[in-house]
Design a protein around this ligand. Sequence first.
Ligand SMILES: [Zn+2]
Length: 502
Amino acid sequence: MPFPTTPEIPPTRRPWRTALLLIAGLAALLALAVGLRTASLSSRQLAVAPLPALPIDTAAAAERLGGAVRIRTVSIDGQPGASAAAFAELHAHLERSFPLVHRTLKRELVNRHSLLYTWTGSDPLQPPILLMAHQDVVPVAAGTEGDWQQPPFSGALADGHVWGRGAWDDKGNLMAMFEAVERLIATGMQPRRTVVFAFGHDEEMGSTAGRDGASAIAALLRARGQRFAYALDEGLLVTEGVMAGLDAPVALIGVAEKGYLTLELTAHAHDGHSSMPPARTAIGSLAAALDALQHAPMPADLDGIARGLFDTLAPEFSGPNRWLLSNLWLFGPLVQRQLERMPSANAMLRTTIAPVSVRAGAKDNTLPAQAVARLNLRLLPGDAPAAALDHVQRAVDAHGVRAASSPGGWAGSRVSRHDSAGYRQIERTIREVFPGALVAPGLMVGATDTRHYVDLVDDIYRFTPLRARPEDLPRFHGTNERVAVDRYAEMIRFYHRLLSQS
Ligand SMILES: [Zn+2]
């Protein structure tokens, strides 16, 4: 029959089939793009010649570090000056331990306890660099002293480690710098550019951290018109086994740090007898507000510092992780959901909101008129404190709860370049001293003294040249803080190499 009355659609023209073919074609194209992108990425790691390990008398260096740990330079919130005698003792220990440093460098005492050293370079035209550490340590939590394998201020040398509060944070950095400079002076070295060392004494002082130390040092340098090529302070580590899918050690250089803000949430209600509670109590409203807040996190940002980290490390992964991280343009949401499940990764992506205390009520037969919760926020660079407060207020509004800022917060830092000469020098030194370690820019989620120096230097880096495994991390500000003697030797080698190239 040449002209059928109901013409049949040829099989290839059936709409559902066309759609399927389109989808298959698109999927093939996507797979091709993903494959090409994954294959096109090659390692971004700096190729460096291996550096012979500098021989170090580790036992003697460890003994000097232990000596510093034994001196209780503890920062107690709200009690500046409580450790005054200890700082003087630490200064004497430094002078005894490092005679060449004290004969060669200019030493200034700032606000009685902070230290400023200047090592004059041979080329006055080169802008100086700023190296930082802090002398104070956090207290040992009451009641945990007995949990320590070695007493917390013993500075004991046992099982290949220096034990005690501050061995890691931050006397390890402080003493390793002195060891390196002492060593370099002994071999007749003078740096090309001037090196300034700033050692504050109140970095661990909660919301007033650095007020009497780093900020006073910065004010002195500011008055002298001092500007720096870059600054390096304590920070991210050389981690092993922390990133799933990467066997090599990963050294992250903190190019920015998060801000700090504490908010108070207050719920009001009528007080009265607990035998006749109203439908809405102060405690009930506050609980509902806190629950609402848990479901309203600040937005995540995979395009900020996290992006620089993944772009740098993606070629180093193998298997599915390599595909995923090389193609964030497609898999971004999937990767983000994975990261959000890990508190440490989540903290890199967004401003975090942590309820840290709740107070309400005093008696079993009385309804409190007020319930208060405190929230500690760590602000992603770019999230203004006012915007974070606004976000929290909107999340709790429906429950009649008011949010207010507590004094003493600060915004996240500027993001330093990860292609500057300073970054490259730190990166090169890491690759030389920690062979095989992968280097990438990262975000420091804790706070450092660096925020007091932001107007004196454009590029600020936060890196502690210390290897750490996941099981080491709870020791930081925690029980059984310690540093392995061979890892401490690597810290000394890092500063020695960095300074010998300055
Ligand atoms: Zn520290």
